[in-house]
Design a binder for this molecule. Structure first.
Ligand SMILES: [Zn+2]
Ligand SMILES: [Zn+2]
Length: 131
C-alpha cells in the first residue's frame, strides 16, 4: 500500500510504499514548540520505502541534538518528517493524505503536557517515555 502526504501549500509531496509503524503522540514541551500544537503525531517509516515526489528544493532542515532533525516546507511551514543522518525515519501524521491505516498507539510525556490540554479518558498514556 502506498501512502502519500504533502505540506499545506502542496508543493512538497512524498510517497511511502509500505505500512507505517508505531504511531505515537508526544506531549512534551519541546514537541509543543516544534509543532506549534498540543502534541506531535508521528509514525515510523522504512527509509528505503520513502521517496519525495516534488518540492524537495523547498525542504529546510532544522538540526537538533544527536544528529536528529526535522524537515519543513520553507514556503508554508508544515513540518513533514524527522531525519537522522539524512534519512527520513518518521513522518508527521498531520501531513498524510487520507487514511494511513494506523492509529496512534501511545501518548508519551503526558506528565509534561500543557496545562490547557484536556486529555480524553482511557488513553494509552505514559508519564514520560515508554522504555
Ligand atoms: Zn509547503
Ligand atoms: Zn516530545
Amino acid at each position: 500500500m502506498a501512502i502519500t502526504g504533502e505540506c499545506f501549500c502542496s508543493e512538497v509531496r512524498y510517497q511511502h510504499n509500505g505500512q507505517l509503524r508505531d504511531a505515537m503522540s508526544c506531549h512534551c514541551s519541546r514537541c509543543r514548540k516544534m509543532f506549534a500544537a498540543q502534541a506531535s503525531a508521528s509514525a515510523f517509516v522504512e527509509p528505503e520505502e520513502f521517496q519525495w515526489l516534488s518540492g524537495q528544493h523547498l525542504l529546510t532542515t532544522y538540526m537538533g541534538e544527536h544528529g536528529y532533525g526535522i524537515q519543513f516546507c520553507k514556503k508554508c511551514g508544515s513540518t513533514l518528517c524527522t531525519v537522522h543522518k539524512d534519512q527520513v525515519f518518521q513522518i508527521m501524521l498531520g501531513c498524510v493524505n487520507g487514511d494511513p491505516e494506523i492509529e496512534i498507539g501511545r501518548h508519551i510525556y503526558v506528565g509534561s503536557k500543557a496545562t490547557w490540554e484536556v486529555l480524553p479518558e482511557g488513553l494509552n498514556s505514559f508519564e514520560a517515555g515508554f522504555r
